[in-house]
Design a protein around this ligand. Structure first.
Ligand code: DX5
Ligand code: ZN
Length: 214
């Protein structure tokens, strides 16, 4: 599985140090959580911080947009270094169009779904979706408890991907740790996001290595 540590739990006063640590770790991607205080009840950071990360990051930047009207900002996030851009199903009236827009920019297109959103709603867009960011907590905050129904949703999504001959990656975001990682892998997850579990550890680098070994 690919491991994508979330910089939401990094030390923002020492962001360059933490990005350098990720460069030298076994992390595959950098997960970047953008929150607008409207789509989610929290504000994290936006374009200037992404640009700052881009200057140091040596790995793909996986940008998770928890914002309303993401179609207005995808080009700016591409310019700020995004390789993957995920928009929320719940925030997109014209999701099909927004996915095309992301691909036309040369980025990989992702759809994020809240815990209450059934995976069956992705059937019509799955062939245009490079990544599904399945929320295993309600978006907005790090350090929340993993929602157990996620395993079932992964299995259902895998079935949709196979049935449509798509090559979509399944990413799990929220409450990931070494206890649930093997179960997520067995259910069919391809990418694990981990924020507080990595940055709250005595050695974030060793924790990433341990997740990578699962
Ligand atoms: C939550 C974010 C997550 C968050 C995960 O809204 O999308 O990426 O950083 O944090 P943990 O791993 O602490 O649940
Ligand atoms: Zn995220």
């Amino acid at each position: 599985m690919l491991i994508a540590p979330s910089l939401l739990s990094a030390d923002f006063g020492n962001l360059e140090r933490d990005v350098l640590m990720l460069n030298h770790s076994e992390a595959d991607w950098l997960h970047i959580d953008v929150m607008d205080g409207v789509f989610v009840p929290n504000i994290s950071f936006g374009l200037p911080v992404c640009q700052a990360i881009q200057k140091t990051a040596k790995k793909p930047m996986d940008v998770h947009l928890m914002i309303v009207k993401p179609e207005n900002y995808v080009a700016a996030f591409k310019d700020a270094g995004a390789d993957y851009i995920s928009v929320h199903y719940e925030a997109c009236t014209h999701l099909h169009r927004t996915l095309q827009q992301i691909k036309q920019l040369g980025c990989k297109a992702g759809v994020a779904i809240n815990p209450h959103t059934p995976v069956s709603l992705l059937e019509e867009v799955i062939e245009h979706t490079d990544l599904v960011c399945m929320m295993s907590v309600n978006p907005g905050f790090g350090g929340q408890k993993f929602i157990e129904r996620t395993y079932k949703k992964i299995e259902q999504l895998k079935e949709i991907i196979i049935r449509n001959s798509a090559d979509t990656l399944i990413e799990i975001d929220g409450g990931v740790n070494l206890h649930n990682a093997p179960l997520l892998k067995a259910a069919g997850a391809d990418v694990l996001v981990a924020g507080s579990f990595v940055f709250g550890a005595a050695s974030p680098k060793d924790t990433i290595a341990a997740l990578k070994k699962v």
